[in-house]
Write a protein that binds this ligand. Structure first.
Ligand code: GDP
Ligand code: MG
Length: 442
């Protein structure tokens, strides 16, 4: 994964306060590989890495993050901005039914998506109707009817009076039908071909001209990888579209299609479809897609929380103290525990980490209550003991245990843990950064 590769890249980078040009280049190279592996189109990759490098050069040094983490943060922010910069909701018609036209290749997932979208709208109090304009593929109308039934949304299909073999006539008739039956959203499902061809494009364009849609949504299979760009471009030229729906995100595609299409067509991804169930559907979440493209789990959330929780001034002071040979005391230890608690519920943090190694194991040892116990034990010590824990002998341990209502073995455990932590802190002071962060050498 990208985090593994970044860890390698930054092996020699510990403790640097600022990224050099060479460091930025090395990171940019890794990001570039990650994007290409996620099937992002080359021109988009180039432009993206250029923008990231520019921002990395001007980046401020952060107290809570080491330089590598900072670059990852920048990359993620840029990705989220591009994927969601101008995310907008569906546009509804000011009067009369809102018309949504679906276009895309055969097998992209249009018919499935039509029903999911209908359900989603219905759950928001809308009254949608589905319109079967794929009259090419045998059973296409029936497939829409089956899906419509699953979500309890009526389907307007060709029959005498609705227009028969002509999708444009069916689409036109559906608008009149929707007005008459007081449906406020009309979702038009269209035919696709396995490849882009002129006749199909023309048909979709004719339907578009007949119904004047409020939204044309381009439906695209996230698994088609690099083909996403040429397909999207063909539909943009042939039919035009306002937004994109990515389907089959339950597959193992890394989702680079989202970034490519956004980069090439400048149209936002609006919805995501992720399975065969009618509920496997959601509005598009740029942050989730960014994590997926980078293959880094929810690391960014963690980095942000770390930044929030760690008072950078305190971190600096602690680092200075350790660096100058000063000692890490039990008071510092207690403060550190309290910082850890500020990070949020430990279990939720652990859930975010793809592979946090050392720190994860250490965190797994604690829970909220054990932090309370640690606090009680430390508060039962004298200032001299806290400042120099090496003086805590057997009789002192017994007194401390009594003072806080814990057992001597609890006190022993705490003191052991403290000495381990001190060792770790001293390593950190030499290395910089939060130990065990993915992308970072621990
Ligand atoms: P259309 O030709 O564009 O109308 O595509 P369909 O809606 O008929 O979908 C083609 C195939 O992909 C069908 O077998 C669907 O069940 C399947 N499909 C559609 N959306 C998804 C999805 O999000 N995930 C998965 N795994 N399969 C999907
Ligand atoms: Mg279909």
């Amino acid at each position: 994964t990208l985090s593994d590769r970044l860890a390698d890249t930054f092996k020699n980078l510990r403790g640097k306060g600022r990224l050099s040009e060479a460091d930025i280049d090395a990171t940019a190279r890794e990001i570039r590989i990650a994007l290409l592996e996620a099937d992002v189109a080359l021109p988009v990759v180039k432009e993206f890495t250029r923008a990231v490098k520019e921002r990395a050069r001007g980046a401020e040094v952060s107290g809570a993050l080491n330089p590598a983490q900072q670059v990852v943060k920048i990359v993620n922010e840029e990705l989220v901005a591009i994927l969601g910069g101008e995310t907008r909701r569906l546009r509804y018609a000011k009067s009369g039914p809102t018309v949504i036209l679906l276009a895309g290749l055969q097998g992209a997932g249009k018919t499935t998506l039509a029903a999911k979208l209908a359900k989603w709208l219905k759950d928001q109090g809308k009254s949608p109707v589905l319109v079967a304009c794929d009259l090419q593929r045998p059973n296409a109308v029936q497939q829409l009817q089956v899906n419509g039934e699953r979500v309890g949304v009526p389907v307007f299909a060709p029959e005498p009076g609705n227009g028969t073999g002509d999708p444009v006539a069916v689409a036109t008739a559906s608008l009149e039908h929707a007005r008459r039956t007081l449906h406020d959203v009309v979702i038009v499902d269209t035919a696709g071909r396995l490849g882009v061809d002129a006749e199909m494009m023309q048909q979709a364009a004719d339907i578009r001209d007949a119904v004047r849609p409020d939204e044309v949504l381009f439906v695209v299979d996230a698994m088609i990888g690099q083909d996403a760009v040429s397909t999207a471009q063909a539909f943009l030229d042939g039919v035009g579209f306002d937004g994109v729906v990515l389907t089959k995100l339950d597959g193992d595609a890394r989702g680079g299609a989202a970034l490519s299409i956004r980069g090439i067509t400048d149209r936002p991804v609006m919805f995501a479809s992720s399975g065969e169930k009618m509920t496997d559907f959601d509005v598009f979440h740029p942050d989730r897609m960014a994590s997926r493209i980078l293959d880094m789990g929810d690391v960014m959330t963690l980095i942000e929380q770390a930044e929030k929780a760690f008072d950078s001034e305190k971190a600096l002071k602690a680092a200075e103290k350790l660096g100058s040979g000063g000692d890490f005391t039990l008071d510092d230890f207690l403060e550190q525990m309290q910082q850890v608690r500020k990070l949020g519920s430990l279990s939720s943090i652990l859930g975010m980490l793809p592979g946090m190694g050392q720190m994860r194991e250490q965190l797994a040892d604690f829970d909220e209550r054990s932090i309370d116990r640690i606090q009680a034990v430390i508060q039962s010590m004298t200032p001299a003991e806290r400042a120099d824990p090496t003086i805590i002998n057997g009789s002192r341990r017994a007194r401390i245990a009594k003072g806080c209502g814990q057992t001597v073995s609890d006190v022993n455990q705490l003191v052991d843990r403290f000495f381990e932590a001190r060792k770790m802190m001293q390593q950190m002071a030499r290395g910089g950064g939060i130990p065990g962060m993915p992308g970072m050498p621990g």
